[in-house]
Every structure is written in structure tokens, then in C-alpha cells.
Write a protein that binds this ligand. Structure first.
Ligand code: SAH
Length: 334
């Protein structure tokens, strides 16, 4: 669909975005029908070497609780995803290459493929070309890496040590992984201090230029234990369910076939209606958290991260009822 930058900016700011949401639903109905994919999110470890200014897992946050799952526990989560007929597990972690070595992750991927048949999406942050090649070879098919913002000065500000010029490091990795045969997932946070609406329009156009297969975007939520959580610089970009939904809808128009999750951060903003409003704006994926209960509250990228559903049958029933209320249903991806 041709959608010019000016159109994007208009949709980001018009008083009523319902016509945009309706267009996005129509495109989703054409490309995805009524099916919503469920993908099991497993948060492997809260240990992180990095000091991203926004993230509660940053290395310097000594108040953060740190944990790391064992391989057997991770495989058990993948098995649970199979029992729940999810089809895919998303393995996400803080960045710690010493813990998640190339070899260990490759072995884990092979085990999950062989023992559970689940498809694997990795979200292990910035890694070398050789690492991601080995994991693709081992059987991982998708990789999620948000570029967070295409505004280079803002990206450098919130990622200590990141280069201010040259190619955006995360965009560079996403392009490399596309060439390696991954389905790539990219996206940004919305409402970062100093973020502009124009840069969000550029972020959306960048998703199209990347030919992103998946889109991961959500509101930025302040964590008081981080430097960015203390910053008072205003943002042109609202932290709201409505604004996030506008971005889902625009992403759907720009990338009709993309898999777009209604994210946990959206449900944190509005626990009862967040995920439904995301689906109502063109999202088609939901990622229930399958991290074992004993670890869950250790993965505090932002405060009060709600575990939208526990894997117990009763909360899955609520999810199914929510989908049915929108005329949608659980679609098991193969
Ligand atoms: N280390 C991995 C996974 C990080 S957590 C990586 O960097 O890819 C996954 C996503 O959570 C990040 O990409 C970021 O967009 C989001 N996130 C981190 N801190 C956040 C915060 N305070 N508010 C909202 N989203 C946040």
C-alpha cells in the first residue's frame, strides 16, 4: 500500500483514529483471515552486560533480581507451548554472550526442535554474524531485534557505547539476518524522552524498507531504577494505548502480511482491554508468557510488567473468550 510520510504523520495526530483501525482490520482480514497466532514467550535470563538507559535489567541496576534458566527448564517450557498448541516459542534474554554462547544456544535449538517440534524465534540482542548463522543452521527461523528508534542521536543517548554515525547497529544486524534466511522482527519503543513524531514516521517507514516479517513495538514505560526513568525531557510521542494502536494499524497498512503482536507493554498500560485494542487495530499475534512462575518477576524491564496470562487453563479460556468477542480465534501456526 502506498502510504506517504505525510499520511503517516496525519494518522498519528488526527483526533479520531477509528477509520485507520478499520482499514487495518480490513487488510488483516484479507491477509490473515480470523486467525490469531499464540506464541509462547520464555524469558531465559535477566542477566545483562549492557547498560541501556531505559531497561530495568541494565547491568548497573544492582537492585534487579538476576536469574538464568537451565536448559532442561527451557525445553520444558517449549513442551508446554506444544501442549497448549502454540506452534512457536520465543526465547528472549538480557545480553550476556558468556551465558548464551554460540554452542549452547545451538544445542538448545536442536533439542527444542527434536523434542518438541516447536518453531523457534530468538530474541537475544546484538550478536555476531557467525552466531546468528550458526543458530539459523541449527534450526532457528526467526529473530526479534527492535531497533528501538531510528533517531541516531537518541539511539546513541540511550545505548552507551553505540556509534553516533555510520550504519545503525541494529538495522545492520537485521539486514544481515534477513540475508541469512531469518524471518526478522523489528520495531521501536513509543514515548521515549526527546522522541519526535517525525522520527516515529521514519521508524514506520523503516519497517517497510526492511521488509520486516514481524513487528514488535510498544509504549516506553519508565523504570525508576534507570537513568532514563529519572529524565524529565518531554516527548512529542504519547505513551498511550491509542497511540500504540495507531502504530500497529500503520504497520499493518505498510506491511500487510507481517505478524504483529499486541504486546505485553500494551496490556500493562491497560490490563483489561490493552490486548484487545491492539488486535482491534490490526495486530494478529499474542505472546503469552510461559516463563516459570519462580522466575517471572525477575524479568523487570519495566515495573509492574504484568504476566498477561499464566499458562493455566482458566486464563487461556479468558484469552479465547476475548478473541471470540472480536470474531477471531486461535490459529495454530505450522
Ligand atoms: N536483550 C534483548 C531483549 C531485551 S527486552 C534485546 O535487546 O533485544 C526486549 C525489548 O523490551 C527491548 O527491545 C525494548 O524495546 C523493550 N524494553 C526494554 N525496556 C523497556 C521499558 N522500560 N519500557 C518499554 N519497553 C522496554
Amino acid at each position: 500500500m502506498t502510504l506517504a510520510r505525510a499520511d503517516i504523520l496525519r494518522w498519528l495526530t488526527v483526533p479520531d483514529a477509528e477509520p485507520l483501525f478499520a482499514k487495518a482490520r480490513a487488510v488483516r482480514a484479507r491477509t490473515k483471515g480470523r486467525g490469531v497466532c499464540l506464541r509462547g514467550l520464555v524469558e531465559l535470563a535477566s542477566v545483562c552486560d549492557r547498560d541501556c538507559l531505559y531497561c530495568g535489567m541494565r547491568h548497573a541496576n544492582t537492585a534487579a533480581r538476576r536469574y538464568a534458566m537451565r536448559d532442561d527448564e527451557i525445553v520444558a517450557c517449549a513442551r508446554l507451548a506444544g501442549d497448549l498448541r502454540f506452534g512457536t516459542v520465543v526465547l528472549q534474554a538480557g545480553e550476556c554472550p558468556a551465558l548464551w554462547t554460540r554452542e549452547r544456544v545451538a544445542v538448545l535449538i536442536r533439542r527444542i526442535r527434536a523434542e518438541t517440534g516447536q518453531h523457534i524465534t530468538l530474541s537475544l540482542g546484538e550478536r555476531s554474524e557467525a552466531d546468528t548463522a550458526a543458530w539459523r543452521e541449527a534450526g532457528a527461523e526467526r529473530y526479534l531485534l527492535r531497533f528501538e528508534t531510528t533517531d541516531r542521536a537518541l539511539f546513541a543517548h540511550i545505548h552507551p557505547g553505540a556509534p553516533r554515525d555510520g550504519e545503525h547497529p541494529r538495522l545492520a544486524q537485521l539486514r544481515r539476518m534477513k540475508a541469512q534466511g531469518y524471518a526478522i522482527g523489528a520495531g521501536m519503543m513509543l514515548g521515549l524522552p526527546g522522541q519526535t513524531l517525525a522520527s516515529v514516521a521514519d521508524d514506520l517507514l523503516t519497517l517497510r524498507d526492511l521488509r520486516a516479517d514481524m513487528v514488535g513495538l510498544g509504549p516506553y514505560l519508565r523504570h525508576p531504577g534507570t537513568p532514563l526513568g529519572q529524565e524529565t525531557t518531554p516527548s512529542e510521542v504519547p505513551v498511550s494505548v491509542d497511540f500504540t494502536c495507531r502504530c500497529y494499524a500503520l504497520a499493518r497498512l505498510l506491511l500487510p502480511n507481517a505478524n504483529i503482536p499486541s504486546t505485553t507493554a500494551l496490556s500493562t498500560l491497560d490490563p483489561r482491554h490493552g490486548r484487545l485494542r491492539g488486535l482491534n487495530a490490526g495486530a494478529n499475534v499474542f505472546m503469552p508468557n510461559l516463563t516459570p512462575a519462580a522466575y517471572r518477576d525477575g524479568y523487570q524491564i519495566y515495573p509492574d510488567k504484568i504476566c498477561v496470562i499464566a499458562p493455566q487453563a482458566d486464563s487461556l479460556d479468558t484469552l479465547h473468550a476475548d478473541l471470540a468477542s472480536l470474531g477471531l480465534h486461535h490459529f495454530q501456526d505450522q
